[in-house]
Every structure is written in C-alpha cells, then in structure tokens.
Design a protein around this ligand. Structure first.
Ligand SMILES: [Zn+2]
Length: 78
C-alpha cells in the first residue's frame, strides 16, 4: 500500500513507523512532510540507528491514529 501523506491524513493518521530489516524501528510525526509526498518516497532517506543500513520500510502508524482504525492496523501488521 503506497499512499501519500495527504491520503494518510485524510484517514485520520498523524504519524508513521519506520522499520529496518534488522528489526529496529522508530515512530515519527508525519507533519513534516507535505501532502503530495508518498510514504515510499522517503524510504531511501533513512539510515538505521541500529545497524547503519540505508533504506527502510515506512508505514502509517495506526496505533497513534484514529482509534477506530487501530484494529484494522493490527490485523494488517499481523
Ligand atoms: Zn537496522
């Protein structure tokens, strides 16, 4: 699912989770990116603080978003 930050905000989501292949992940506010940017566009920009690898998997943070959508997010994640 490659959506833009604008579409994500329309879903009521305000944050992203950035995952590295090593298992390290961080949560960030999505406010800093404009509506037209896709989540996949920023993936190559991250450098992992755990293993130093460049590139990450960026997903909407359902936990911090609309509570109504949190259940759906959990199902997708698992
Ligand atoms: Zn890593």
């Amino acid at each position: 699912m490659k959506i833009t930050f604008g579409q994500m905000r329309q879903m009521g989501l305000r944050g992203i989770l950035v995952y590295c292949h090593c298992g390290h992940h961080i949560a960030l506010d999505a406010d800093r990116w404009p509506d037209e940017v896709r989540l996949s566009d920023i993936e190559p920009r991250f450098v992992c603080q755990g293993c130093g690898a460049r590139g990450a998997d960026v997903r909407p943070d359902f936990e911090r978003g609309n509570p109504r959508l949190a259940i759906v997010g959990g199902r997708v994640a698992n």
